[in-house]
Write a protein that binds this ligand. Structure first.
Ligand SMILES: Nc1ncnc2c1ncn2[C@@H]1O[C@H](COP(=O)(O)OP(=O)(O)O)[C@@H](O)[C@H]1O
Ligand SMILES: O=C(O)C1=C[C@@H](OP(=O)(O)O)[C@@H](O)[C@H](O)C1
Ligand SMILES: [Mg+2]
Length: 175
């Protein structure tokens, strides 16, 4: 079976929903950021601080090239995966792409905890979110399914994804 790949802006719920979805479908779960942290022995924020964003993007690209070869896996990506077209080509080859969306207000709420997302650790967080969101919006639209998660719990988002997948013939048997 194809992978199920979650894309979307920071705070749309890729990590938490991906974990739930994998549990519901009894499939392996990979969070790309967690894998990068595990393999480098560094927190994402440390990689940004020590080596810069470009270096992080190179690591991300290399990890994506490997996880895109998996099958049957739920993959939660980091929000910037869409910045490299080659990442998306690879993920799309072997996966169904599900895009999680949310309003700016909700994204700000869900990403309020400092120290986790280096791109948002700044004084003008609201402006930064709005700018990044605008720059990337069209990239997040290039998905097989798109869900606005603003008014849904992770459980509800999970069930909605399962309905999409079932209707699209991407699930075998009864899930
Ligand atoms: N649908 C949701 N409703 C409410 N809170 C959510 C939802 N999805 C995620 N969250 C919360 O928002 C925060 C960011 O979620 P996370 O899964 O890390 O997002 P992402 O991986 O897309 O950055 C976490 O505290 C998580 O518990
Ligand atoms: O949007 C981005 O550029 C990033 C999103 C983060 O992941 P989440 O989307 O899971 O927060 C993480 O990969 C890194 O901080 C960069
Ligand atoms: Mg995440």
């Amino acid at each position: 079976m194809k992978n199920i790949v979650l894309i979307g802006f920071m705070g749309t719920g890729k990590t938490s929903t991906g974990r739930l979805l994998a549990g519901r479908l009894n499939r392996p779960f990979i969070d790309v950021d967690k894998k990068i942290e595990h393999e480098t022995g560094l927190a994402i924020s440390d990689i940004f601080q020590l080596y810069g964003e470009d270096h992080f993007r190179q690591i991300e690209r290399e990890v994506i090239s490997r996880v895109a070869r998996y099958t049957n896996t739920v993959i939660a990506t980091g929000g910037g995966v869409v910045l490299k077209q080659e990442n998306m080509v690879r993920l799309k080859n072997t996966g169904v792409i599900v895009s999680l969306m949310a309003s700016l207000e909700i994204i700000l709420e869900r990403t309020a905890r400092p120290g986790i997302r280096p791109l948002l650790d700044c004084e003008d967080r609201a402006e930064r979110v709005a700018k990044l969101f605008q720059d990337r919006a069209s990239l997040y639209m290039k998905a097989d399914y798109t869900i606005d998660t603003s008014c849904m719990s992770p459980q509800q988002v999970t069930e909605r994804i399962i309905v999409f997948l079932r209707e699209g013939g991407h699930l075998r048997g009864r899930s």
